[in-house]
Design a protein around this ligand. Structure first.
Ligand code: GTP
Ligand code: MG
Length: 624
């Protein structure tokens, strides 16, 4: 099965709808007002099926100059254009505007039907066909078949049908392996079914009973029914025109321009970096000016910021940023159309380069946009991840950021990771330059810390994180990925860093000397610093370190005794409790030959370490 979408294009009354009806038997003008006024107002739909399994879905557009916005909603999804030019009138303003739009959208193939051939003489017909040949020169329709037809007499309809088949078979199929996107072109309610939306599946596939999400609103709903060209189907595939019956959603919550997507696959955007191309023969576009912005079936107003100039002239092209009134679904690589704010005429179009750009001043370099525009897939991904800096980029968000097949993206990522250009920590990707830069910063911070705190085992993990401004969620992964740093419990140190040992330090010798001498009347750390004429921080760090090494026992924050004194204390207690079951504070003070001032903190220590137990005014011994 092959699915191809054909769209009509051309000036009002040139016979587009009549031709669709003559080719398919389906009248695309479905509205009462259309039938009454004899013009197309909104998009109409029909289909042409061929015996070999080719289905050409047809989108018929209005030609009226005031209805170009409806034409644009249809043009976004088409693969091939049937440009209709009436033999009696020849090329008219919307013949030009529609062709320009299709050209800007980079539609690749099509045909020209010169309609109402029955109304003109042969000579005239040939003149018109020559005129058309010149008219399409330099566009994608250069070299396309130009077929004179009449919907009234049926002249050449079979030829046209066959030519459509030939061109359709050469159309590159819409990508089924990209994420699912169906820009909505119609919303209505069907009695007994509820809300139905229709559109062309521009990529991916989605099955019945799956959950779909509507963007930019973010509403989700189960798919209750799927139809294509009047037949019930199990799966909607790229290239098909589909009607989706959505469960539990009100018609009012949906509108043309919304996009049905796979849940959580895409973030809508309001700001985008783009390439803008201006048509020839239009007035200049000023930076900061407003335009009407059309992408897929959606339409909003945008402010254009031109990056390297104040004004873009006819026929020129440049990079810029669009700031939209309302969010839209856009991926890097999508095409769009812009129309002048007033009077409303098509002035240009372009391609989305980054649908989620960072802030950029007009003077900043746009080198990244060169890569996003013309780089290979891996280069584009690497450039975007680099721009994301320390925020990094979620692996799963890449498929919803740029237009590419999912397996190709996976392949590119594999390549980028194995080549070392991207580092993946948990689900987040970082560019090598960003990663290395921060690792260097971390090493420097640790180096400084060690220099200032030679006795500390390392820098508290949180303190380092705050200094480096890294997100909590990735910090653990970041540290464990680093060669140069070691995470040890809650502190981080440089690999190879050894805490200075107390034995080698003259300060420690002096401290030990004093504490040995004073035994059960130990000076506080402040007193120690004063007696030894050492900086208080050095004494504090040293006491901590010696405590950790086991040379000293920490009684409380400012009081330490030597390990030998501690052992003596325990053995004194054993002897005492060998004779008596209980001990008063005074008795304790006496066996240590000290004063209450020291006895009390010792007892607190013993109680808190369950060596003694306080019962009223006395202590019991808990050690065996
Ligand atoms: N003689 C003759 N008249 C035609 C032919 N095709 C269309 N017409 C007439 O031209 C008029 C316009 O035809 P439509 O098919 O509605 O034109 P359209 O291009 O769809 O117009 P819009 O959708 O409003 O842009 C109608 O009155 C048709 O009957 C043809 O091949 N020969
Ligand atoms: Mg029509």
């Amino acid at each position: 099965m092959r699915y191809v979408i054909l769209g009509t294009a051309g000036h009002i009354d040139h016979g587009k709808s009549s031709l669709v009806k003559a080719l398919t038997g389906i009248d695309p003008d479905r509205l009462k007002e259309e039938k009454e006024r004899g013009i197309t107002i909104d998009l109409g739909f029909a289909d042409l099926t061929y015996p070999d399994g080719l289905t050409v879905g047809i989108v018929d557009v209005p030609g009226h100059e005031r209805l170009v916005r409806n034409m644009l909603a249809g043009a976004g999804g088409i693969d091939l254009v049937l440009l209709v030019i009436a033999a009696d009138e020849g090329i008219m303003p919307q013949s030009r505007e529609h062709l320009a739009i299709c050209n800007l959208l980079k539609i690749k193939s099509g045909l020209v039907a010169v309609t109402k051939a029955d109304l003109v003489e042969d000579d005239w017909l040939h003149l018109v066909m020559d005129e058309v040949r010149g008219f399409v020169k330099g566009t994608f329709l250069e070299g396309a078949e130009i077929i004179p037809v009449s919907s009234r007499t049926g002249q050449n309809l079979d030829v046209l049908k066959e030519k459509i088949r030939e061109v359709a078979l050469k159309v590159e199929p819409k990508p089924e392996k990209e994420i699912f996107r169906l820009p909505i072109d119609r919303v209505f309610t069907l009695k007994g079914f509820g809300t139905v939306v229709t559109g062309t599946v521009v990529s991916g596939a989605l099955s019945l009973d799956e959950v779909a999400e509507i963007q930019p609103s973010g509403i989700s709903a189960k798919i209750r029914g799927l139809h294509s060209h009047g037949k019930s189907i199990q799966m909607a595939r790229a290239g098909q025109r589909v009607a989706i019956n959505l469960q539990g959603i009100n018609k009012e919550d949906l509108r043309r321009g919304d996009v049905v997507v796979t849940p959580k696959s895409i973030q809508p955007s309001r700001i985008m970096d783009v390439r803008i191309d201006l048509l020839a023969e239009v007035a200049p576009l000023k930076s900061k000016g407003l335009v009407h912005f059309h992408i897929a079936t959606s339409e909003t107003i945008a402010r254009v910021i031109l990056y390297d100039r104040d004004e873009l002239n006819a026929g020129e092209s440049c990079y810029g940023q669009l700031r939209l009134d309302e969010p839209v679904v856009a991926l890097s690589g999508d095409r769009f159309i812009v129309r002048r704010f007033s009077p409303v005429v098509t002035i240009g179009g372009g391609s989305v380069l980054d649908p989620s750009p960072d802030r950029r001043r007009r003077k900043d370099s746009t080198e990244d946009l060169d890569v996003l525009e013309s780089g290979g897939l891996p280069e584009k991904i690497a450039a975007k991840v680099k721009k994301a800096g320390l925020k990094g980029m979620n692996v799963s968000s890449i498929t919803g950021w740029l237009k590419a097949e999912i397996p190709a993206i996976d392949e590119a990522l594999k390549h980028l990771r194995s080549g070392g250009l991207l580092i993946q920590l948990g689900g987040t990707l970082f560019h090598r330059d960003v990663y290395d830069g921060l690792c260097r910063g971390i090493s420097e911070a640790l180096n400084n810390f060690h220099k200032k705190n030679p006795l500390s085992p390392g820098m508290p993990k949180e303190e380092l994180r705050a200094q480096m401004r890294i997100r909590q969620e990735i910090w653990g992964n970041w540290l464990s990925s680093m060669e140069a740093a070691v995470l040890d419990k809650e502190v981080v140190r440089l690999k190879g860093f050894m805490t200075a040992s107390s034995e080698s330090s003259p300060a420690s010798l002096k401290i030990r000397e004093v504490l040995e001498k004073m035994k059960f009347q130990p000076p506080t750390k402040e007193e120690l610093a004063e007696t030894l004429a050492l900086p208080p921080k050095t004494v504090a760090d040293m006491l901590k370190l010696m405590g950790k090494e086991g040379t000293l026992v920490r009684i409380n924050d400012s009081m330490y005794i030597t390990a030998a004194a501690y052992n003596e204390l325990i053995s004194l207690l054993r002897t005492f409790f060998g004779k008596k079951p209980e001990m008063t504070v005074a008795e304790f003070r006496d066996i240590l030959r000290t004063t209450r001032k020291y006895a009390l903190p010792f007892l607190e220590y013993l109680d808190s370490h369950s060596i003694t137990l306080r019962v009223g005014d006395v202590r019991k011994f808990l050690l065996k």
